[in-house]
Design a binder for this molecule. Structure first.
Ligand code: AMP
Length: 292
């Protein structure tokens, strides 16, 4: 059967690392380049932007689907995380993916698995203190996926900007020969960044969530006018978020786009980062400062 006849239902689903490697070896033998798009499923237009970007840069695209238990804290939403493999496969196929790699937990973490990748510095900032162990879980699973597939390029969203920087550091530090490509955040019409977790929001919570991009934009506008007033602008933003109905603001802060260290003046490179809770749902987002 030619590729043109592959229907959605026929998107090959690969379960085992050996099969993944054989599939990729066959592509490489045919001189086809390979792009990898790691996801935890619950696919939406943000994930599909990564798939399309991979399509544009590589001849073959593999979407990975694995809800990685080790990156969830004990009080987090692992048990409730959206799981719809058939729906995800259909969306990935429609966006042009060539295969879905959906290993089970035992394939990724066989009995006796004992190695964890931890990272100093980047992983300690922003979300680090609020999600102990999270970035070690991310770094470990991403290192495994990259080493399993050894693609030419792997695609990650700027939506999870700290994760993107950690992955960039990871491949440099461990000499993993993969090009990491960051893809801009895809947003709803009202500016809310798409997230698999948005589906947890009630109508009332969704209305509160709409304030997040508005407040972030207002803070960046203040920073453009008063670049030396970073802490004032961020404190104003945190108050606005609480007034808008967010239950908790973990942080709203300006940080260096490379190191994620705090930035105290907005007339140098900086990016605004935020993490909030609405009801039981935690949302993160980030925006570059314009014109710096
Ligand atoms: P997740 O399934 O949440 O682990 O996300 C898988 C990949 O999709 C990560 O690289 C995310 O950064 C990326 N992603 C998630 N939401 C968006 C979005 N709204 N725009 C662009 N990329 C996104």
């Amino acid at each position: 059967m030619t590729e043109a006849h592959l229907s959605t239902a026929q998107l090959p689903v690969i379960r085992q690392v050996g099969e993944l490697r054989r599939t990729i070896a066959a592509w490489r033998a045919a001189e086809l380049t390979v792009g990898l798009v790691p996801t935890m499923g619950g696919l939406h237009a943000g994930h599909l932007a990564l798939v399309r970007r991979s399509q544009a840069g590589s001849r073959r695209t593999i979407v990975t689907l694995f809800v990685n238990p080790t990156q969830f804290g004990s009080h987090e939403d692992f048990a409730f995380y959206p799981r719809d493999e058939a729906g995800d496969a259909a969306m990935a196929a429609a966006a042009g993916a060539h295969a879905l790699f959906a290993p089970d937990r035992a394939e990724m973490y066989p009995p006796g698995h004992a190695t964890t990748v931890t990272m100093a510095g980047l992983a300690d900032r922003l979300c680090g203190p609020f999600r102990p162990g999270h970035f070690a879980g991310v770094a470990t699973v991403v290192a495994k996926l990259l080493l399993q597939a050894l693609p030419d390029a792997a695609y990650f969203g700027e939506k999870d900007y700290q994760q993107l920087q950690i992955v960039r550091r990871l491949v440099r530090d461990l000499d993993i020969p993969v090009r990491i490509v960051g893809v801009p955040t895809v947003r709803e019409a009202d500016g809310l960044a798409l997230s698999s977790r948005n589906r947890y929001l009630s109508a009332a919570e969704r209305a509160v969530a709409a304030h997040l991009p508005q407040v972030m934009t207002a803070v960046t506008a203040r920073l453009a006018r008063w670049p030396l007033e970073v802490e004032n602008a961020c404190a104003w933003g945190r108050d606005e978020l609480l007034r808008a109905g967010f239950a908790k603001v973990d942080y709203l802060a300006l940080a260096d786009p490379e190191t994620l260290e705090p930035v105290l003046r907005a007339d140098r490179p900086g990016r605004l980062f935020v993490a909030v809770s609405v009801g039981k749902t935690r949302l993160i987002d980030n925006l570059p400062l314009e014109g710096v």
